[in-house]
Design a protein around this ligand. Sequence first.
Ligand code: SAM
Ligand code: DTB
Ligand code: SF4
Length: 326
Amino acid sequence: MNEGLRNDWTIEEINDIYNLPLLELVHRAATIHRQYNDTGEVQVCTLLSIKTGGCSEDCAYCPQAARYNTGVNVQALMKKEEVLEYARKAKDAGSTRFCMGAAWREVRDNRDFDRVLDMVKGVNEMGMEVCCTLGMLTESQAERLAEAGLYAYNHNLDTSSEYYGEIITTRTYDDRLKTLDNVRKAGVTVCCGGIIGLGEKHDDRIRMLHTLATLPEHPESVPINALVAIEGTPLADQPRVDVWDMVRMIATARILMPATMVRLSAGRAQMSVAEQAFCFMAGANSIFAGEKLLTTPNPSFDDDMKMFDLLGLTARKAFKEEMINI
Ligand code: SAM
Ligand code: DTB
Ligand code: SF4
């Protein structure tokens, strides 16, 4: 753990931060953000669903779970060449991280995994940070991904351990933590966050942030997603997430994990530029760009670049930490 970073936060301390008057919370988060990061920079990541739908899990929010009728078309694993073409386009548009998502419960040691390893190699050779989100991983699978050049692995805790069973029953919180540990041991950076708007209480959000901020090392990136309510899933009728709840979550994450990239993730398509600006002020410094997240709409590259111009933001370079150390 770097100097100044704490991983001994208590629930009470986090509760006090999370419940500060909103503008006081944002002010404190913005101050810490300025101490640790270049606040004019936002990381631009592009997502691609390389294998879509038909997933065996029962995640109550997910359009890709086979058991819910959501209208998502099942698509087998994409071809490497096609994936590399997407990555090239994303790079040309200014994206520095490329994240490939698969609707798998876990990785299996089969030909599909070999193909994903090849994709990782290809994207890495393009000079982009490569990220994958493929479900649960064993230690040896994490090592093989690391050898192929994987830079980050996304695996979300989604909510508190207490509320987890209300959202997913086909795996446990400990399964998630085990994969995160395997990723860490393989030397791949950890991207781990959650979703708000699942029907959880504020206390569940505080507990999830507590779990993240008290891991042996803070995740290098923490995506904060607002639920995209999908017709056909058990959470279809959840009310839209209040933007101030997003701001509160981002600001608290920023204060607890000052050097982490906090990503304003799903939900941007429903937010105004002013609302997103507040999230950047509160410490968000990463977004997913490109017209689609995995299966749902996202603002266009052009609209995002207009927003960056308006707010005076620039895209962060790839492999920034390494460049500083050279
Ligand atoms: N199957 C793998 C897994 O579950 O780890 C990887 C893909 S999964 C779609 C990646 C993450 O997307 C989930 O952990 C969840 O946090 C997020 N997600 C999925 N559906 C969402 C939705 N409707 N709204 C917001 N976030 C969502
Ligand atoms: C993350 O935290 N959010 C992204 C990414 N990691 C994989 C996924 C959001 C998915 C939103 C619903 C969809 O587009 O299918
Ligand atoms: Fe499957 Fe991941 Fe969706 Fe859960 S979140 S149903 S594991 S694709």
